[in-house]
Design a protein around this ligand. Structure first.
Ligand code: MG
Length: 390
């Protein structure tokens, strides 16, 4: 019997890489269900090739448009609420969550509660709802396999190793397109420059997050939730070549490192075939061609989003959700040309100072903090825009 997959976010950058992996893995894996936000054309292409039995379109208008074009035999549901229903579908064995942003939290919880394996590329569920995700894992008996490259690396390095042997986890960051620039030099950078990532090809939200190092901030929180290590035992190092994805420092001072070509297909495929491995064509690393690998500290003055994430993570409760939501708003406002690059962390800081963190007892606490943080960040963005215009 084949493994039946639901791919949430099939038209994005990670979704495309997941489809490439499924194409290669062949009939042993069946794409049972897919979702997209509003990209009808991308979804139709995917449906023509993979013939999924269930389709979810989050945007209702796009769902109407899709309904006019689709062929027979696939069930269509509209609206974000249907994502959780697809994620918990009894016919699905494995969920690939390739969504972007907060929208991925509820379907992740639904899948874990239903005891499914979740290949998680979407950072925000772990960041916003860490305690809820852990609870859902315990209750439902599901499994979480990280797809974010750094966490996939750590997951592989930690496999079968007693936690007492581990002293520290290190995640690497490419440093993004603005590595080496001072805060003053960053004042005028444009969204187009921020989107040109040197080593990874990614969607627009995460490309800007990489440029601000908010992405690495989210990843520190993500690692804390996934591997249950204190923040003091988590560090970030800038590694511009993006070949070493993660390192584990052991009790005796030994370091284990995970190396791989920077392509999302590697962690995605491993999450699908875990604990087995399959070949990935063109992914071999040529050490002689690489020549040298370099490491340097992160500049937390020029890129304050990283330290803010640590602060939010250490505060715990709903503070990571506030960080994540405020970052989503500020990231988009920058891409829309409403605020400058350096104002992204300023907006996040404003939200963290305005929205008081609370304990996370249930989903409502996270959603309330998310809404308040969005409002606070939006208010800050509007203030900054007005100040510029006057
Ligand atoms: Mg990553």
């Amino acid at each position: 019997m084949s493994v039946r997959i639901a791919l949430l976010g099939c038209t994005g950058s990670i979704g495309g890489a997941a489809l490439a992996v499924l194409r290669r893995l062949g009939p042993e894996y069946e794409l049972y269900g897919v979702s997209a936000h509003s990209s009808v054309e991308g979804l139709l292409d995917c449906c023509r090739e993979f013939r999924p039995r269930r389709v979810v379109l989050c945007d209702p208008e796009s769902a109407d448009r899709f309904a006019r074009h689709r062929g027979n035999g696939c069930r269509l549901d509209a609206g974000e609420g249907s994502l959780a229903d697809l994620a918990a579908d009894p016919n699905v064995d494995l969920i690939v969550n390739a969504l972007v942003g907060a929208v991925g939290l509820v379907p992740t919880l639904a899948a874990l509660e239903a005891g499914k394996r979740v290949a998680l590329a979407n950072k925000e569920p772990l960041v916003m709802g860490g305690p809820l995700v852990r609870r859902a894992l315990q209750r439902g008996g599901g499994e979480l396999i990280p797809v974010d490259s750094e966490h996939s690396a750590l997951f592989q390095l930690l496999e079968g190793r007693p936690q007492s042997d581990v002293r520290r986890l290190v995640i690497t960051a490419s440093g993004g397109p603005f590595r080496g620039r001072s805060r003053e030099e960053l004042a005028e950078v444009t969204p187009a420059q921020a989107l040109a990532h040197p080593t990874w090809s990614m969607g627009p939200k995460i490309s800007v997050d990489s440029a601000t190092l908010a992405n690495k901030g989210l990843e520190v929180i993500e690692a804390h939730v996934l591997f249950a290590v204190p923040y003091a035992s988590l560090s970030v190092v800038i590694h511009p070549q993006s070949v070493v994805h993660g390192l584990v420092e052991l009790l005796d001072g030994s370091f284990l490192a995970h190396l791989g070509t920077p392509t999302m297909e590697l962690p995605l495929q491993y999450a699908l075939t875990y604990p087995q491995r399959r070949p990935v064509p063109d992914s071999a690393l040529c050490l002689r061609e690489l020549g040298s690998l370099t490491f340097e500290p992160a500049d937390e003055i020029a890129f304050p989003a990283l330290a803010l994430a640590r602060r939010a993570g250490e505060a715990g409760g709903t503070s990571p959700a506030v960080y994540s939501a405020a970052n989503e708003v500020a990231n988009l406002a920058f891409r829309q040309g409403r605020i400058s690059f350096n104002e992204i962390p300023d907006a996040i800081e404003h939200a963290l100072e305005t929205v008081v963190g609370e304990p996370v007892e249930g989903l409502e606490d996270v959603l309330r903090a998310d809404a308040r943080a969005r409002a606070a960040a939006e208010e800050w963005v509007e203030g900054a825009t007005l100040a510029r215009e006057s």
